[in-house]
Design a protein around this ligand. Sequence first.
Ligand code: BTN
Length: 241
Amino acid sequence: MRIIKLNATDSTNRFLRNLSLDSPVEDFTTIVTDDQTQGRGQMGTSWQSQPFKNLTFSVYKRFDGLLLEQQFNISMAVSLAIIKALETLNIPKLSVKWPNDILSDNQKICGVLIENVIKQNHIESSIIGIGLNVNQLQFEHFPKASSLKKITGVSYHLDEVLHLVLKQLQIEFKNFNKDNSLLKASYESYLFRKEKPSTFKSAEGLFSGIIKGVSNEGLLEVLIEDQVLKTFDLKTITLLY
Ligand code: BTN
C-alpha cells in the first residue's frame, strides 16, 4: 500500500483524483496531509480541520463489475471500517448517522466523502475521503463536533490511528462482495437513532418517524405512521433529533 504524505494541500480528494487522471494508481493508495486548506464535505459543504491535529486523508479503491445501484455498499463498508478501527481504541458509543457520519454518543467525530468514477453504469473506482477529528479540542462554530481526544482525554499518534483505519478498510474490502446482506445488517446495527422516535426536516416541514433501516440503494427507511414505511434520499431530509 502506498501512502503519500503532503505537508499541505487544498483537498486530499482533489489531489488523489488528479493523480489518478495522470497515471494508473494502485489500489489503496493513500494521500494524507497535515494541513488541508480547502477540504470538501458532503453536498457541497466544506470540511474544516485544524492543521496537525487531525487526520484528513483519501484512499483510492478500484472495483470490478460493481453496479451503480450497489454504490451504497461502499459507503457501508467505509463506515464500518472506521467504527471497527475506533472500537480498537475503545472510543465509546459509536454509531453511524446515515449515510456516513461517524458519531461518538451524539457528537460527530468523522465525516466521509466518497467520489466515484463511473463508466457504463459501473463504478470503476472510488476516492474515499475521510476527515477524522483526533486531537483537536476546540470546535467553536460546530457545537455538534468532537474529537477522539475531547471524548477520552487521550492524545493519539495520527500515524497509528491512520494505520488502524487503513487496516480495517482492507479487511472490509476483502470481504466485500455483491451480496450485501451481512454488510447491511452490520451497518444497521450501528445506525444512529434506529428504532427511536425522531424528528426530521423536509421541504414540507417537520415530521416525526422511526428509522427502521436502509434500502439496498442506501435510502433511509422511516416509519412515518403506524403502517407506512417511506424511503428518503439524503437530499430530501435531515434528521434533527
Ligand atoms: C462530511 O461530513 O461532510 C464529509 C467530510 C469529508 C472530509 C474529508 S477530509 C479528507 C478528504 N478530502 C476532502 O476534501 N474531503 C475529505
